[in-house]
Ligand binder design. Structure first.
Ligand SMILES: *[C@@H]1O[C@H](CO)[C@@H](O)[C@H](O)[C@H]1NC(C)=O
Ligand SMILES: *[C@@H]1O[C@H](CO)[C@@H](O)[C@H](O)[C@H]1NC(C)=O
Length: 270
């Protein structure tokens, strides 16, 4: 399954990273040779921490109606997204808000060509794209691309951003943690939210944030300081603050669109 060239270009343009300072040393962050042209909206203050947002395709894809080449909700067989996938690594402020509409800089597509396979598998778009409210409303490959462009000054270029996010994801297999605790995809079982949170706490020693769509787990977020050491997410101190999830939650199985719906192609698919 390949992205159309236009989608890919769009994706890359929208995900460009801004950096003004060099990276602090960390094994997560490989140096890359080329400096990129950077522009930063200096009236926007630097963010406080990262949230790695992981989405559960079984929940998201239940609402899918359209297929396009980049929509992972239409993948079948061994391509099917059956584990938590990356939604984004988002910069956040401690007050619960986040920076938005950061400037873009020129981008060299070749810089991340070695990561495309991993991104298609672990960081797929689960839709045919929703418009962004930034940069003149040009369509976005990911719903939250704005978060990816505001990570200055932690990342010096887009390659660092993508490879770091993939690395953090691969080191924190939430799907595996839940499966080992007996929380497997099911259209009939309900699981205690507290048990799911405890399993993640035991595995990674941080309090996650859990987001639900009705009673189904939609996202699990893991939070990190700017040096990528784990920290608690905001609003994760006690179960009562997880407003959007009930006490018992489901982890729906992934079901691709049926053959009839597959016929509906989006005009954005080339
Ligand atoms: C820069 O950030 C500030 C503060 O968030 C915002 O008000 C302003 O509109 C931004 N400027 C541009 C050009 O995006
Ligand atoms: C995560 O764990 C699941 C279940 O054990 C496994 O199928 C999957 O391949 C793992 N994902 C990654 C990225 O290692």
């Amino acid at each position: 399954m390949a992205y159309s060239r236009r989608s890919l270009l769009l994706l890359l343009l929208l995900q460009v990273l801004l950096a003004t300072t060099t990276l602090s040393s960390s094994d997560n962050l490989p140096e890359t040779g080329n400096d990129v042209v950077v522009e930063v909206n200096r009236s926007q203050r630097e963010f406080d921490y990262f949230a790695l947002a992981l989405q559960w395709p079984g929940t998201y894809c239940r609402g899918t109606r359209h297929c396009c080449s980049k929509n992972a909700c239409c993948r079948q067989g061994s391509d099917a997204p059956t584990q938590f996938t990356i939604h984004g690594l988002w910069p956040d402020y401690n007050d619960g808000s986040w920076p938005s509409c950061c400037y873009r800089s020129d981008f060299n597509e070749k810089e991340i060509s070695t990561l495309i396979d991993g991104m298609e598998k672990y960081w797929p778009s689960l839709s045919c794209g929703s418009p962004s409210s930034c940069h003149g409303g040009k369509g976005s490959f990911w719903g939250h691309e704005k978060h990816g462009t505001c990570s200055s000054p932690v990342f010096r270029d887009e390659y660092s951003y993508f490879v770091t996010t993939l690395n953090i994801y691969l080191k924190h297999n939430v799907t595996d943690v839940l499966y080992k605790a007996g929380y497997v995809a099911s259209n009939s079982e309900k699981y205690p939210l507290g048990g799911i949170v405890t399993a993640i706490q035991n595995a990674f020693h941080i309090n996650p944030e859990v987001v639900c769509k009705r009673d189904a787990i939609d996202e699990i977020r893991l939070c990190f300081y700017k040096d990528f050491k784990p920290r608690d997410c905001l609003g994760s101190k006690d179960l009562t603050s997880r407003k959007s999830c009930p006490k018992y939650v489901s982890l729906p199985e992934y079901t691709p669109l049926d053959g009839e719906a597959m016929v509906l192609k989006m005009p954005t698919d080339e």
